[in-house]
Design a protein around this ligand. Structure first.
Ligand SMILES: [Zn+2]
Length: 331
């Protein structure tokens, strides 16, 4: 059973949704669309909404009617012409999965309307899966639409990509995200939300979880400990504050502290991530040279990169190494 979400679009999706649907309304929609996106933007909601609209048999502008037989089937999570492909139990999307779906397409639409195949994490199609899919993408059946979703950074087989119309779904403009977060996290001040949003790279859904899990104050405590580590030159003070699942984010907090201090050093007072900690940043910036700040920033980036790439067996050791280097080479 494949459920097509009935969740409304997020405000930052309205404009791009109109652009995506427009050519279809004019009868010249592309049969294969590739959506490149990042986590935390709710792109799945947009794609499912679009799929629902494609299946609707009595479209109301660029919205589904919610009343026709197709819409009712979609709402019940039981639409026979909506197919979803994705990794199962974290295994790549195998060629058998692809062939199964393609075989059902041979029997044509069961509802006299369009057919939609939604492929999630399309970067995880194996080479054989891509090849199986390619033939269908090259000779499209009328009324059959492929919606592929992939991570913005992930490489995608060029032959597949060249047969798709690509849409890149970016993080929204700050004011739109801010307004939405203020509505959904009213207990936080505007300054806190702004800071959290910058720390979450402008991704509203990740930011919402971040705020709700009280990560903003966790970060404050963490950076206060960093300050003690800096003063005492004792790596173990900070080492004990790293949390297993949060290491990458915590390293990013430190990087942003260094880069803000560097900006302060250069007289730049805008574009800081940690505006709420400006007193500490000015102090830090006054105490260190630009060269030291840059060196510290590089060490932190290198540490993060090593942890990500070297399979993270010895995270503690790599962190200890990075922090010791800060003491010996920077402070
Ligand atoms: Zn409908």
């Amino acid at each position: 059973m494949t459920v097509i979400s009935l969740q409304p679009l997020y405000p930052w999706q309205q404009v791009i949704y109109s652009s995506i649907t427009q050519p279809f309304s004019q009868g010249r929609g592309h049969h294969a669309l590739l959506f490149k996106t990042e986590a935390g933007l709710g792109s799945e909601v947009l794609i499912r909404h679009f799929a629902h609209w494609l299946l609707c048999q009595n479209k109301n502008g660029n919205e589904p009617c919610h009343q026709c037989k197709s819409c009712l089937l979609a709402q019940s999570g039981n639409h026979p012409d909506f197919h979803q492909l994705e990794p199962i139990e974290n295994r790549d999307i195998g060629v058998d999965q692809v062939r199964d779906v393609l075989a059902t397409l041979q029997r044509f639409a069961q509802q006299e309307g369009n057919v939609v195949v939604y492929i999630r994490q399309a970067e995880r199609l194996t080479e054989a899966s891509c090849n199986a899919l390619l033939k269908t993408l090259e000779e499209p059946h009328e009324g059959v639409y492929f919606l592929l979703e992939t991570d913005l950074q992930a490489p995608m087989m060029a032959t597949i990509q060249s047969r798709c119309q690509t849409w890149v779904l970016h993080a929204p403009e700050m004011p739109i995200a801010l307004q939405w977060l203020q509505m959904h996290c009213p207990q936080f001040s505007e300054t806190d939300i702004e800071t959290a949003l910058r720390l979450c790279h402008g991704r509203p859904l990740i930011c919402k979880t971040f705020l709700e899990n009280d990560r903003l104050s966790a970060r404050k405590t963490f950076l206060q400990t960093f300050w003690r580590f800096y003063k005492n030159r004792d790596p173990f003070l900070l080492l004990s504050q790293f949390e297993k699942e949060q290491v990458q984010m915590q390293l990013e907090w430190l990087q942003s502290f260094f880069s803000d201090a560097l900006k302060a050093k250069m007289g730049m007072t805008t574009g800081w991530v940690n505006h709420d900690l400006d007193k500490g940043i000015w102090l830090f910036s006054d105490a260190l040279s630009a060269q030291q700040l840059l060196k510290g920033y590089d060490i932190l980036c290198e540490t993060e990169k090593n942890i990500n790439e070297i399979n993270a067996v010895n995270i503690e050791l790599m962190l200890a190494n990075g922090l010791t280097r800060l003491v010996l080479e920077v402070f």
